[in-house]
Design a protein around this ligand. Sequence first.
Ligand code: 5BU
Length: 469
Amino acid sequence: MDKEQLVLKLFELGVLQFGQFTLKSGLSSPFYLDFRRIIAYPDTLRDISEQLWKLIEDLEFDHLCGVPYAALSLSSTMSMMHGKPMVIKRKEAKEHGTKKLVEGIFHQGQKCVVIDDVISSGISMIETLEAVEEAGLVVEHVIAIVDRMQGGVATLEKGGYQARSVYTIEEILEVLYKHNKLDKDAHDRTLEFIRYNQIGYDKLRLQRTAVPKLSYSTIKVNAVNNITKRLVDIMESKQTNLCVSADVNSKVELLKLADQVGPYICALKTHIDTVGDFDADLIVLLKNLSKKHNFLLFEDRKFADIGHIAMQQFTSPPLNIADWADLVTVHVVAGSSSIDALRSTGKLNNTGLIVVAQMSTEDTLTSRDYTKSALEIAQKHQDVVVGIVGQNKRPRDAGLMMLTPGISLSETGDAHGQVYNTPQEAFEERGIDIMIVGRGIYKAENPGAKAAEYRQIGWQSYLKRLGLA
Ligand code: 5BU
C-alpha cells in the first residue's frame, strides 16, 4: 500500500478525525489523530510500520523504542519484521525492585531510534528521550507517523536530534481534500489552527522549567521548621542569599574569613573536620562571629551511615556538632531512617537538617529517581528539615529551601569533577534559594569584597526572578 492509499485507509478506520475536539490542554482542536485505534487492524499496523521503517532503513542503530503507549505496537511490529531488538520505556518507574525506567537488554553507548505516533510539541518524545539517554543509550534519530507542524520537530532538532516523519499534517490534508474526504472549509480551518497554535522551543522550555516565583517570605510562611524562619529573617534583613563555604584548614584562617565575609552572608558553611587545629575554643569564637554578623553556622558533615552511627557522629566529641551547628547536611542513601535516628537524639530543636538530593559533580550518581526519593524524604520530615541541596530540582513544598553549591562567577569547573554555574543562571533559571560559594570567594585576594560582589549579584538575580528588578 502506498503512502496515499494508507492515508485514505487511516481516515476510513477513524484514525484521522475531523470535527471539534477538546485536547488534554483544554484547547479546542478541529482535528484529532487517534493512532491507538490501529492495534485493532493488524494489516494497517503492518503497513504503517513499514512506512516508518523506510525512514530509518539507511541508518545504523541497535534498538527501537516506542513512546508509550501508542507507539509500543509500532516499535514491536518494526522489531518483529526487521529483526531489530527493542527496549521499552516505562510510564512510571516500578515501586519495588530495580526501579528501572527502561527495560530491555542493551549496552551503554548503543544507538536507539525513538518512535512516536505523532509529534506536536515534542514534549512526550523528550520525556522518553531523557529516560532512554539516562539509561545509557544514545539517541540521534527520532521518527513519527505524523508531524503536526506545531513546532515539535524544530524543538527536537534544537535538542540535537534528527526528526523524520512519514507525513506532515499538511500532506494528509492535501490527500484527503483531493479525494473529497474533507471539504475546503475543514481543510482550511485545520491549517489555520496549526498556524495559530505553535508551541515553540522557548515556550516549551519555559513550561518545563517553569521556575516557581517563590519569595523568601512565602517560604517562611509555609515553613514548619523554626530554623527556616530564622534563616529567612537573616536573609531578608541583610538582603543576602549567599552562603560562603569556608573550606580553609586552620582556626586562624577560618576565623579571619568568617569575620571578612560575615556582613554579606546568611550562613557560613564549614567542613569542621578539615580544620587541623580544631578545638572547643574555635566553636566559641565562631559563635561570637555568627552573633556579631548575624549568620547561621552550617556544618556540611553529610551523614551517610546507618542511623545508629549518624547519631554518634552528630552528638559525639570532639566535634559536638549538635551543640553548635544551626544547619547540618545529611545524605539519605541509607533511607528515611537516618533522619528518624537524628531526630531521636532530641537535638534537632536548634539544628535544622539539609538533605542532599542532588550533587554538583559531573559524574554524580544522584539519578533522577534518587533525587525524587530524597525530595520526598525531605518533604516527609519537614519538622526537622530546612531544605535540600540540589541543582535544578526543588521540593514541591513551598516551605523547603533549595541550597545550591557549584557556583562561580569565573570558573566552569575544577580538576576533580566539580561543575560551576553562575549565580544568575542558578537563581533566574533554576529557581534556587541560596547559593553556596567556596573557592570563588575564599581564594580571592579580598574575600570580603568578593563576598559583597556575590551578595549583590545573588540578590539582584533573586529580585529579577520575582519580576522585581
Ligand atoms: P567550591 O569551592 O565553591 O567548589 O566549594 C563547594 C562546596 O560545596 C564544598 O564545600 C563542597 O563540599 C560543597 N558541595 C559541593 O560542591 N557539591 C555538592 O554537590 C555538595 C556540596 Br552536596
